[in-house]
Design a protein around this ligand. Sequence first.
Ligand SMILES: [Zn+2]
Length: 332
Amino acid sequence: MRRCIYCSKHKDETEFNREHVIPQAFGMFEHNLVLECVCASCNQKFGDTVDRYLARDSIEGYARISEGLKRPAEFKSLGRRSNVEMIFDGGPLHGAYAAPSEAADDGSTGVKPAPQVGFAQNQEGPYKWYLLHELPTQEDFLRQGHSREDLRYIQFWGMTPKAARELWEHNGYRCGLDNVELSAPTGPQPVKTTATYSDVHIRAVFKIAINYLAATQGAKVAEHAAFESAIKYVAEGGLPPWRHVLLGENHWEFANSDNKSVSGNYVALLNAKNYVVVYLSIFMRQLWCARIAQQKDFLVLPAWDVAHVFDIGARQAVRVPVPAELKALPEE
Ligand SMILES: [Zn+2]
């Protein structure tokens, strides 16, 4: 019999499988950190919820494309309630929705307009943009305080002329499509990406934190009562035990043996003054801090400051010293 760190149930060893500390969507590594103290049913539940959201609907999830872990054509967002929004910020598509795309020649990734429709009074705009599922009927558009003049110039993106005409008729638009623009502007277009963070994302960060605790200190340490509220939050949601989890952009870089900066993820566990904290950066983009216990609740103090870098290029998970920069971060 073995105990699952998330549901606390004692189950037969056959009911456990391997849980990766960092979900495999963010890279595969030799000597990877895996856990054998998470039951198959918790593992499955997390895969369908928190891991899935982190991989598909976060800044880190989008970055899987530029990191070469995912092709743009394979990218499926979670749809209309997406937490990440990319908007063209200037140029002829100002205000329009962008989506990841593959650049033609050098293989790097770029952006393209998402399937949408724009309306304007003048050819130069400003255009009012609607994603396809948001496109109002003509009746609703006029009821929202717009006039027929606002429908003089129309742009359709991400669909064929035939599909554009069908959509137009389906939504009850009676004016003609004489001023329709169907070709993409050339050259790079400025894009602004914004993200909102839902509870599911923050739980995904806390799960990596607790996984890392169990992987580096052992499942027995994770069973200590001090971590109970953080574990309950990962398993059931609610409110994170201690707030301020997203610290902003990551500024710490790790150099490999060729003295090149590593592209990948890192996790660090610190026994700080007031809290036990885990710092996490996926693709070295944003820096997250999960406080997983209050120091006053945790009376056993092993010398356990530990950090790992997950080098995507070399496909290696490597133990590294905890960066002094992280130790110096203010706790409150
Ligand atoms: Zn479980």
